[in-house]
Design a protein around this ligand. Structure first.
Ligand code: FES
Length: 137
């Protein structure tokens, strides 16, 4: 499993996402309230660029007339037909048993660790005094 350095932490503030291609795969990395998540940027329904869709929440109901809105900003809605996926896990809310988007672990590493390796930093210049977002593939 390779660890890819994708950006300095400052370039990916909360609520933003970064698109990139790693090992030939289209991927987006999200910062959700300070936590980082990688997701394949291809919808399992008909192949849309899923991660270009809007970030929404999850509406659930235990009883008629009662709607609870949770996971605000943690669900992505496909821009083509509206299927919804959990960014943390890739789980589909349309058909959880059949459809899932590949999710990738992402986290922050200090520059000092990145410099020691083993990391792939093809497009990012690494400085020891900075922190970096890393995705595992
Ligand atoms: S391609 Fe994503 S919902 Fe159809």
């Amino acid at each position: 499993m390779a660890r890819h350095v994708i950006a300095p932490v400052d370039e990916l503030p909360p609520g933003t996402r970064k698109f990139l291609e790693i090992e030939g795969r289209p991927i987006a990395v999200f910062n959700i309230k300070g936590e980082y998540f990688g997701l394949m940027n291809r919808c399992p329904h008909q192949g849309a660029a899923l991660c270009e869709g809007p970030l929404i929440g999850l509406a659930q109901s235990k009883d008629p007339g009662e709607i609870e809105y949770t996971k605000l900003g943690e669900i992505i809605r496909c821009p083509w037909h509206g299927w919804e996926f959990d960014i943390r896990t890739g789980q589909s809310y349309c058909d959880p048993r059949r459809f899932r988007v590949k999710a990738y672990a992402a986290h922050v590493e200090p520059g000092a660790s990145v410099v020691k390796g083993p990391y792939v930093a093809e497009t990012v210049t690494v400085k020891v005094e900075s922190d970096y977002v890393v995705v595992e593939l």
